[in-house]
Design a binder for this molecule. Sequence first.
Ligand code: G6P
Length: 610
Amino acid sequence: MCGIVGAIAQRPVAAILLEGLRRLEYRGYDSAGIAVLDQVGKLNRLRTLGKVARLRDEVAAAPLSGTLGIAHTRWATHGEPAVRNAHPHICRDRCVLVHNGIIENHEELRREQKAAGHHFTSETDTEVVVHAVYDELTAGYPLIEAVRRATARMTGAFALGVIDTQDPEHLVAARQGSPLVIGVGFGEHFIASDVFALLPVTHRFIFLEEGDIAELTRDTVRIWSRDGELVKRPVKESAVAADSAERGEYRHFMLKEIFEQPRAIADTLEGRLAGNRVLPEGFGNTAPDLFAQVKAVTIVACGTSYHAGLVARFWLESLAGLPCTVEVASEYRYRRHVVPESALFVTISQSGETADTLAALRIAKESGYATTLAICNVPESSLVRESDLVLLTHAGPEIGVASTKAFTTQLIALLLLTTALGRYHGLSEAAEARMVALMRSVPSKMEQVLALDDRIATLAEQFVDKQHTLFLGRGEQYPIAMEGALKLKEISYIHAEAYPAGELKHGPLALIDENMPVVAVAPNNALLEKLKSNLEEVRARGGQLFVFADFAVPLTEESGVTVIRLPETDDLIDPLIFTIPMQLLAYHVAVLKGTDVDQPRNLAKSVTVE
Ligand code: G6P
């Protein structure tokens, strides 16, 4: 999704803005732009289609000097990816702005503004904002007031950075529905879509709240709340290291993040276990009392996080004995639902800013859920701030668009939740101790699976020329098959479908031939015999089978059947272990195909608009 960076400083800002954009690349974008106000009050803007590196080259060829500027990476929503649609947008050399979000009433405003004589140069929804602010400036309002008055007419979601070229002493920022932070420096201030963008220049941040408008000078920050009151927001020190968003020796962020999983799981368990027990207080001080009363669980999430929720449903129902429903947020938010009695509403999100998940949470809070819990990787995110209880996954920054370590840390967090809830719903102490021991064993088991990297890289060669793939699983491995299929389609652009293996003969079997590889996730569990019959159905029709199975599974390699052996584990943690080869397979197929692994086409890391 779009990324914003802005700076008002005593030193030149172009390089800071470009580095900020580079650090926001992971969010996904198709064009980029920068505008800097120079010493004589002239605004210079450069915009390019494609990568930030290209914009950087253009800036190198035509340097932008100045100490006040804004920059943007755009992920197209209204209007195709094109230079004319890239931000910053300018109105009559006076007002310039960058925007993340969607202005829902842009058509109506556009009609009015056209009638009033404004000339439009793009198809974006954003352009109505820059004209609206311009109108207020020319009516005599100072920038902060002009932005307040203009945004009061906008419906939808926005984060904005705005400059008035006649006022080189101010940078104005506004946040409603899209994330925005202020970076606090010495004699300089910054804005950005997230903290990573600004880590090279500051570690001190103010997190704007919904409806806030901020006025930055080089020395001051003033913030007004949604009600127009001047408010103080705390300055927080970020613990994220500046190099945590670097790729290091790895060829791609995704590979680095796959290999970081054992550490990320250990970090997520850290402080949440005491001896043989899970500490429910890890979810918040009030969690023990609240958990004791929970009688049902509703989980809502998007994308990979939704798959984590689907796995959790098996755990919550079979181990904690709690009825559980799981739904994608974009569906949940637009239907009427029956809220179960004493129900816990759980959102799962890597970023904590996914618009649909956030909207679902807000609806749930109004609809009578006993309490809300966010499982999230970003401590300062909206989801975390708006939930009653929180369990942070400690995956560290995830930069690759295809989620990997965020997923497995969500799974371990959901196992912690299952155990914590189970305690109040009949899970014995012995069972809890066993679960804790298994959770502790995950990092070392993961290390063993990661050692299969070379083998899976070779296997990937058999997928490169394929158009379609089928992934099969049963029980809690069905969501893992879904996640495997999602990874493959996201980064290799090969069409991949996941099916619960028992559904094979109800349709997908018709697709099976030698050009359709079938990947099966086959741990040695109660459903193995059933799964083996399903695999026979594939083999009998000439399908190419690739089976990921643990050593205990009695399966032999033969023509058309490749078996990839994984270490023996336990049913409980199998989903975490079997995910890794799926990730590696997708990664290596994408590398062989030469796609942009970390920033796949058309996708965004953090989907902050509907
Ligand atoms: C986007 C990302 C996915 C992610 C999904 C949900 O589609 O590309 O990787 O799973 O959003 O994001 P969240 O931050 O809420 O987990």
